[in-house]
Design a protein around this ligand. Structure first.
Ligand SMILES: [Zn+2]
Length: 136
């Protein structure tokens, strides 16, 4: 990462966001939740400072305890929605970790062929079923 005086500070905890691998807005960009045109104007945050999003990252490498709003707790989600959210957001987070060394252009960062969180609760759930891991 380039060192830069005009860095970005987390809108939640006010600490420096040390690169895109920790960036909540880049994670949402990879998820296609934020369009490229709006990326530069979004207030920065650590991924773990948005607990409602970070709770869906199921990877020991993430290893952060996050605070989640009661009404957003994934324990309250129906199991199918929760499993899909965990799958997509974990994949996006894992993708994000490799992006700085990937050689990809920033416009190529968003995940291909994935549903965004906005779409998950709606019609996309049905078409995703075939790809999901089998459940007993
Ligand atoms: Zn923060």
């Amino acid at each position: 990462m380039a060192e830069c005086d005009a860095g970005y500070y987390c809108r939640v905890c006010a600490e420096y966001v040390d690169g895109i691998v920790d960036s909540e807005i880049y994670l949402r960009y990879v998820l296609r939740d934020i369009p490229f045109a709006e990326l530069a104007g979004m207030p920065e945050a650590h991924i773990w400072c948005n607990g409602n999003l970070a709770q869906y990252i199921v990877d020991p490498a993430f290893g952060k305890t996050v605070r989640v709003d009661d009404d957003q707790d994934k324990a309250r989600q129906d199991p199918q929605t929760r499993a899909l959210m965990e799958k997509v957001i974990t994949l996006a987070w894992q993708r994000l970790q490799g992006l700085p060394d990937s050689g990809l252009d920033v416009t190529e960062y968003p995940m291909p062929d994935m549903v965004s969180p906005h779409e998950m609760g709606e019609s996309q759930l049905g078409s995703e079923k075939e790809d999901a891991a089998p459940r007993s």
